[in-house]
Design a protein around this ligand. Structure first.
Ligand code: GSH
Length: 217
């Protein structure tokens, strides 16, 4: 059986978990923390999570590559539109959310979520990057009602996991949501997405994981 490796508070892990649940693919979860240990590096070359273990020494790292693998290996139900241009636009939206929203905002997480500190220079640079990334996202996103259009898609598996972090981290650090005037639209969408069984389960598992870690620390 497929093993999804990582931990339940990782948004990249959860993105893949939503895909597995949406496709009804049986899988197990293996708790693996970020690590530079040889045993982890052998399965995930950067020591990052998630990675997927197919058994027999076969692993795949990088959440988007895992998502694409799952789409190829388990085509039903499809998580991309059939039309090549619509499919490319869906991938464009995913790439945009990851490169220009999540990865940019990630620089703030240390202070926003983990009690650490981030320099003013990083805060300023992040703000400047988001000032371009957010309007670009709003130009690409459809919210009609799903993020890439009328159908639930791979882009929703990504958006539902990454967008809350962008919104919350920027509220914590700047006292203002990076989505600005669009925040209500984004959160209306996120609320709708969170009612989908796959996303609801992943969010519940995340909360349970975080609560258990807090209790044991
Ligand atoms: N591009 C990677 C990003 C995954 C990622 O950054 N995961 C975090 C946990 S949420 C991690 O492993 N961080 C450790 C590190 O960056 O060394 C993917 O899409 O899988």
């Amino acid at each position: 059986m497929l093993k999804l490796c990582g931990f339940a508070s990782s948004n990249y892990y959860n993105k893949v978990k939503v895909v597995l649940l949406e496709k009804g693919v049986p899988f197990e979860e293996e708790l693996v923390m970020v690590s530079q240990d040889a045993a982890v590096l052998e399965r995930s070359p950067m020591g990052k999570v998630p990675f997927l273990d197919l058994g027999g020494g076969r692993t795949i790292s990088e959440s988007q590559v895992i998502l694409e693998y799952l789409e190829d290996a388990y085509p039903q139900p499809p998580l991309y539109p059939g039309d090549p241009w619509a499919k490319a636009r869906c991938r464009e939206l995913i790439t945009h959310m990851e490169l220009h929203l999540e990865l940019v905002t990630r620089r703030l997480y240390r202070q926003a979520f983990y009690g650490g500190e981030v320099s003013e220079a990083i805060k300023d640079a992040t703000k400047a990057d988001l000032a371009k990334g957010v309007p670009a996202f709003m130009r690409l996103a459809k919210f009609s009602p799903w993020v890439a259009g009328a159908e639930f898609s791979a882009a929703d598996c990504v958006a539902a996991m990454h967008l809350p972090l962008v919104s919350i981290a920027t509220k914590v650090i700047y006292g203002a949501d990076a989505f600005g005037e669009h925040a209500e639209r984004v959160w209306t969408y996120l609320k709708m997405a969170s009612e989908r069984p796959s996303i609801s389960k992943v969010n519940d598992d995340r909360k349970a994981f975080v609560a258990a870690r807090k209790k044991s620390s």
